[in-house]
Design a protein around this ligand. Structure first.
Ligand SMILES: C[S@@+](CC[C@H](N)C(=O)[O-])C[C@H]1O[C@@H](n2cnc3c(N)ncnc32)[C@H](O)[C@@H]1O
Ligand code: SF4
Length: 393
């Protein structure tokens, strides 16, 4: 078996927000005073330069500015970054370039300038169209601002637009969750991400859970109901939380779920790169804290860690991603991206098939509806699967 080089993406992290939301555990910090954004873009470019030897000669298929709130970057800085980055690395002609946008930070002129800079997909953090829910979530915008931002993006010519929505919100009932979907559909985005609100460790909500959180049964009903509304409106449910109009799936996220490669630049960003020559897969991550990152980017001191993914860990990592997709994975992909033969997962796979969680038609392995409901149990089977040393190579 041998590892083949998969498609390559570029993730760019922007670690500041206008105000930290009480449910959020992303590496994001309330920006105080004037943010050093121009310096940050210089740091991103130095960081990219430092990582370049890992991916020399390869083509970038997708770019994702994530956060935090990347829409805090003025369009000139996004333009500068993309121009400089594309002089260092080859970008595919149809490269998908997404920018996460908080509706509280978008204005028409800026959106049009992002498009001129090369951004061709916007992902709006809408969360809900209910002003009471937005307030309880500590959001900086109301529902009218969110709807305006989406319309302005469409007027500015963006054809690819995602809305992030969350459900199982404090004070939300089934009708309210359905109304959020209805209001999202009225804006005709090409993509909708629909996440169940989770109480993440080390967040304000984990320390002091908000009142009126729906129980698990209600959360499940919300998910099923919203899912059928989205299906009726022509959105394909292709991943645990992702729905897209045909032909509008998120190429960047698909690359993660297919265990592709990505460079991660910016504070706390993670990367994964397959090295064909040494038949290894390397992970690298950068220091999380913005000040430390700014002071060290481009030097070895900015690296939070480097790690090789041993063959024994690859089946679980691969499944963790691939089983989120309704299409599952092709065997050819498993072999090329893990460097392991089918035998490496034969035991847990046959258990999962017996339990009705996965199906294998010889070419592809897919999660069943039952398997999709119990993803964590399915994954656990692959966590402890022994991979014999001699089957790699
Ligand atoms: C990095 S944020 C996106 C953009 C931008 N920062 C914003 O919030 O407007 C990514 C998305 O993850 C989702 N998210 C964040 N924290 C979550 C949580 N605790 N539970 C479920 N979804 C969450 C939200 O829908 C959020 O829009
Ligand atoms: S949800 Fe978005 S805006 Fe809120 S703190 Fe997290 S990254 Fe920032």
């Amino acid at each position: 078996m041998s590892l083949a080089t998969p498609p390559l993406s570029l993730y760019v992290h922007v670690p500041w927000c206008v105000k930290k939301c009480p449910y959020c555990d992303f590496n994001s910090h309330t920006g105080r005073g004037e943010l050093p954004l121009a310096r940050y873009v210089d740091a991103l470019l130095a960081d990219l330069d430092h990582d370049l030897p890992q991916v020399w000669g390869r083509t970038i298929r997708t770019v994702f500015f994530g956060g935090g709130t990347p829409s805090l970057l003025p369009a000139e800085l996004v333009d500068r970054f993309l121009q400089q980055a594309s002089s260092r690395l080859r970008f595919a002609p149809d490269c998908e370039i997404t920018l996460e946008t908080n509706p509280g930070t978008s204005e028409y002129g800026k959106l049009a300038d992002y498009r001129a800079a090369g951004v061709n997909r916007l992902s709006f953090g809408v969360q809900s169209f209910d002003d009471g829910c937005l307030e309880r979530l500590g959001r900086i915008h109301d529902s009218a601002q969110a709807a305006d931002a989406v319309r302005q993006a469409q007027d500015a010519g963006f054809a690819e637009i995602n809305l992030d929505l969350m459900y199982a919100l404090p004070g939300q009932d089934l009708a309210m969750a359905a109304l959020d979907i209805e209001r999202a559909l009225a804006l005709s985005p090409t993509h909708i991400s629909h996440y169940q609100l989770t109480l993440e460790a080390n967040t304000v909500f984990a320390a002091r859970p908000p009142k009126g959180l729906p129980d698990d049964d209600l959360a499940w009903d919300m998910q099923e109901h919203c899912q059928s509304m989205l299906a009726q409106a022509g959105y394909e449910h292709y991943e645990t939380s992702a729905y897209a109009k045909p032909g509008h799936r998120c190429a960047h996220n698909l690359n993660y779920w297919r265990y592709g490669d990505y460079l991660g630049i910016g504070a706390g960003a993670h990367g994964k790169v397959t090295m064909g020559a040494s038949q290894s897969i390397l992970r690298r991550w950068k220091h999380k804290h913005p000040t430390r990152y700014l002071d060290t980017a481009g030097t070895a001191d900015a690296i939070g860690g480097d790690e090789a993914i041993e063959p024994s860990r690859r089946p679980f990592e691969f499944m963790l991603n691939a089983l989120r997709l309704h299409e599952g994975f092709a065997w050819t992909q498993f072999l090329a991206r893990t460097g392991l033969p089918r035998a490496a997962i034969a035991g847990p796979l046959s258990t999962a098939i017996e339990l009705g969680w996965l199906e294998d038609d010889g070419e592809r392995v897919r999660p069943t509806a039952l398997g999709r409901r119990f993803t964590n149990d399915v994954l656990e089977l692959f966590l402890d699967a022994p991979v014999e040393a001699d089957i790699h190579g």
